[in-house]
Unconditional design. Structure first.
Length: 264
């Protein structure tokens, strides 16, 4: 059993993860004005996208869409991660963090490919090929460029320019090329581990309502499952990535237990 000599409020791995995430965010917003798109390089793109690179399975965990996204993930990483790293040690904590982050994207990618198949079943082969062509990719890039300039609605005139003929084709363009980013998958894995190791620790919802960690994790998991099944694209949240982080975290914890590796 690992027993730290003293409890650190900012252990080494958590500290370095906070720094790396912060640096990625600063680089993203600082270099954007110079035409350097960190999101295009380091967020995880679908396999169908020309922007997909295998290393994005790792780098997406250090990318965030905005300051609020970064703040909430880093606060949770510090709040729950510091305890786990103090109990486990840095090496084990880092392994857990990476495995849950990768697991989040594995489950998310599987669900995403299923979504592709369901949508493609409603379309002709020609429509699918057109979305996957350079024309479909150009349409997506122009939508991103215009949305960054404040335009959120795109009419028939815009889509006719790219020979996009139906709403299904529009939806498939978004699925094919829209990336996912953030440390949320690993953070949800950390939340699960905290709930399993310290089930009766009180957490405070909105800093006022006390809930035991084990119930907090269960409630959060059910909410994410419901949100993922509901599949509301408007919330722009990768719910199955959160569930993937929790699932792979649970599997890894049980593997360590089965192999008589004591960590609490």
């Amino acid at each position: 059993m690992y027993r730290p000599s003293s409890f650190s409020q900012l252990p080494e791995i958590v500290k370095n993860l906070l720094i790396i995430n912060g640096l990625f965010f600063l680089a993203t917003i600082s270099l954007e004005s110079y035409g350097i798109n960190f999101t295009e390089w380091f967020a995880l793109h679908p396999f169908q996208s020309p922007d997909f690179k295998p290393y994005q399975f790792i780098t997406h965990m250090f990318m965030h869409g905005n300051f609020t996204h970064l703040l909430f993930n880093m606060f949770a990483l510090w709040m729950f991660g510091k305890t786990l790293e103090n109990v486990w040690g840095g090496k084990r904590f880092l392994i857990y963090y990476i495995v849950t982050g990768l697991g989040a994207m594995i489950l998310y990618s599987i669900v995403q490919q299923i979504q592709f198949s369901v949508l493609e079943a409603k379309m002709t082969i020609e429509q699918i090929q057109h979305v996957a062509s350079d024309k479909g990719y150009e349409c997506y890039k122009e939508m991103i460029r215009l949305s960054q300039n404040g335009q959120t609605q795109f009419g028939n005139i815009f889509f006719s320019k790219y020979q996009i003929e139906s709403q299904n084709m529009v939806d498939l363009i978004s699925l094919y090329y829209n990336p996912v980013l953030g440390a949320s998958g690993a953070v949800f894995g950390i939340l699960l581990a905290f709930g399993m190791l310290f089930p009766n620790t009180l957490l405070y919802i909105y800093f006022a309502i006390p809930v035991k960690a084990k119930y907090f994790v269960i409630i959060y998991g059910i909410m994410e499952l419901y949100a993922g099944i509901s599949n509301n694209p408007a919330d722009n949240v990768a719910h199955f990535a959160h569930l993937g982080g929790m699932l792979f975290g649970f599997i890894l914890l049980k593997y360590w237990q089965k192999n008589n590796t004591q960590f609490y």
